[in-house]
Every structure is written in C-alpha cells, then in structure tokens.
Design a protein around this ligand. Structure first.
Ligand SMILES: Cc1ncc(COP(=O)(O)O)c(C=O)c1O
Length: 362
C-alpha cells in the first residue's frame, strides 16, 4: 500500500481499492482525451453513456444478474429503499414479513409499517442480535407481498449464511454491507438493494436490482423518483443520475473482475475474517459476542469487556495507523470492517497489533 495511506476499518464510507483511486486521480481533469472530468460531462453525452452502459454490463456480469432483472442506479441511500420497497410492492396484498436482525432492518420495518401491515416473522432481539434466525424459526406468511431481511448486519456483526426460503413470496434484501463480497444467486430474489459506500463507490449511489415482473405494482401516489418501473423505463435517467459515483463503481467492478470476480472476493473475505476470528477465539483479552456460525465476513465486532480498555484500544490503534475501530454507538466495543478493498496485510497487521495490546494490557 502507498505509505501515506492508513488501514481504514470504517463501516462506511470505507476503503476503496487504491488502484481505482489512482486511476480516478489520473483521469480527474481529462477523461479519455475528452478534455473534461467525468464530473463535468452531460449524463446524456455519448462519452458518459458509454461509461454508464459499461458499468451496468459489468455489474450484471460480476453478480451474474439474470436477464429478467433490471439494474437501477439511484440516489437516496439504502434508507430510501426502506420506503421504496413497500411503496412498490406492498399493494399486492397489503402485508409484508420482516426479519428483525439489527438496526437497519428495524428502521426498515418501522418505515414499511406506514404502507401496510408488517409482521415480525423472525427476530434476534432476544439475544441482542448476536445470531441469525434459522429457517425453521421464521414464521412465513404465504400471503405476504414480500419477505424482507438484511443480509449483513453492519452494526451487530452478523450475516445470513443462507438465503431464506419464503416459497412464492418474493425476497427483498438489503445487501448494503456485503454486496460483491461473494457470489449470490440473484434469481432467488425479488429485489436486492445496496448503498454504494462500503464495497462499491462513494456514498450517493444506491444500486437496486429488481425482478421485472415486480414492477408496476406501486401505490398511485408513489413519486416518479421512487417508482421501480418509472426508473427502469428511463434507465435510471429520469433526472441526473449520480454520474461520478457510477463511474467509480465502474472502476471498482473492473478491479473485481481483474482479481477473479466475486469468487476471488469470497476467498479474500474468508482469509481476512478467519484470521481475525481465529485470533479473537484464542485471545485471553478480546471476545467476539456473535455465535461463530453467524459471524459476518465484513464487520467483526469484539470487546475486552472493559469500556475504558476498549476506548484505549481504539485510540492506541488510531495512533498506530489503524483507524475507525471504535464500535457503533449503539453497541460499544470495537468493530473492524473488512470490506473488499481492505488488503489482507491490513488484517494481519491489525492482529499483530492486537496481540501486542493484549500482552501489554492483561
Ligand atoms: C446494512 C445497511 N443498510 C442500510 C444502511 C443505510 O445506508 P444509507 O446511509 O446509504 O442510507 C447501512 C449504512 O451503514 C447499512 O449498513
């Protein structure tokens, strides 16, 4: 890594591949001989449309998105999807199922309740969201318009390792914090959405993948900007899309392809997360509260059990070049977010630092 860079363990916005940042830097005032920055291009221009199309095609390729799905590049963050999914899908039966496994699924559930009857089909609240409900623990309503879950719980450090089977009921999934980190069978889903700022691009872009037959069902009052069908008809260009973010996503997708695709990303995530969890499980000082089988490959949470020592750890770590390791304010402790762009050496160096800290503080 360039020696003026730190290992940034932020939960998001987070590290982007250095190669992509360097390329964006080299093209920032003159993209491809155009004499313009991508930031300065009309979104309707031929040159920008070629970036847009290539990015969409590469997204389809990287995640193996079937032809009967539309890929939308929207704004409003993942949070807008908390309202957009019910506004578009709820009218089918007026009911929806939610799995509550952390902060973001709770927020999404609260938002959706404005648009229909929402059932908590499963919850991990009884154990402070330290596990993921099993398929047999979920109370599916066969009449639900959709079943909603959050694939990776960024704050609590848990991840669904299986795709829930809701029968004919379409799955709506928030993949903000694990998209592009492993292969996904998109055909099992109705809607997948993700804010860009963890594994894809700067904040401001939200990627939504919608099965085409689920479009056109929205409430009549749904704003154009929030209608999957309208946005798909206009190829995400009803208004000016987040052009520069889409270009950065394009660079990141090319980087992923060069590394060997999402299969290679999955191997890297296993290497990084196993290294960290193996250390935590053998540590006398640090503990991970999450049950081993549901631990996230993207966000590892841990604690010393002593608030003051946790604070000292995060502060010493920052001085040593490992930033943003303090846990989320809702849960405390520490959290290391180890997304696609985190080099393996960043995690091995963090583990070495943790070993030293353990020796000096226990
Ligand atoms: C899983 C998950 N969903 C939703 C959000 C909210 O995303 P946004 O800030 O893009 O609205 C986040 C943000 O960290 C997240 O981690």
């Amino acid at each position: 890594m360039a020696n003026d860079r730190i290992y940034n363990f932020s939960a998001g916005p987070s590290m982007l591949p250095l190669e992509c940042l360097n390329q964006a830097g080299s093209e920032i005032t003159n993209f491809g001989g155009s004499g313009m920055s991508v930031m300065e291009m009309s979104h309707r221009s031929k040159i920008y449309l070629s970036i847009f199309e290539e990015t969409k095609e590469n997204f389809k390729k990287v995640l193996n998105v079937p032809d009967n799905y539309s890929i939308l590049f929207l704004q409003g963050g993942a949070t807008l999807q908390f309202a957009m999914a019910p506004m578009n899908l709820m009218p089918r039966t007026g009911k929806a199922d939610y799995a509550i496994t952390g902060n973001f699924s709770t927020l999404s559930y609260k938002e959706a309740k404005k648009y229909g009857t929402c059932q908590v089909a499963a919850s991990s609240e009884d154990k402070n969201h330290t596990y993921i409900p099993k398929q047999s623990d979920i109370k599916f309503d066969p009449e639900a318009s959709y079943f909603y879950y959050c694939a990776n719980n960024t704050i609590y450090g848990t991840e669904w390792k299986y795709t829930p089977d809701a029968g004919e009921v379409p799955l709506v999934c928030d993949m903000s914090s694990n998209i592009l980190s492993k292969p996904v069978d998109v055909s099992k889903y109705g809607v997948i959405f993700a804010g860009a700022q963890k594994n894809m691009a700067p904040a401001g872009l939200t990627v939504v993948i919608v099965r085409n037959d689920l479009m056109g069902l929205e409430f009549p009052y749904t704003p154009v900007m929030m209608s999957y069908q309208k946005m798909a008809e206009k190829d995400s260009m009803h208004n000016t899309p987040p052009c520069y973010n889409i270009y950065i996503l394009g660079l990141v997708l090319k980087w992923i392809l060069k590394q060997g695709g999402v299969e290679a990303m999955a191997q890297l995530r296993d290497t990084r997360s196993n290294m960290l969890y193996d250390f935590l499980d053998n540590s006398k000082l640090f503990k991970c509260p999450v049950v081993p089988e549901d631990r996230s490959g993207m966000n590892a949470v841990f604690t010393t059990g002593d608030k003051e020592l946790d604070t000292k750890f995060a502060s010493d770590a920052t001085k040593a070049g490992f930033s943003n390791l303090a846990g989320h304010r809702n849960v405390g402790g520490m959290r290391a977010s180890i997304y696609n762009a985190m080099p393996v050496e960043g995690v091995s160096k963090l583990v070495a630092f943790m070993k030293d800290f353990e020796q000096n503080n226990s």
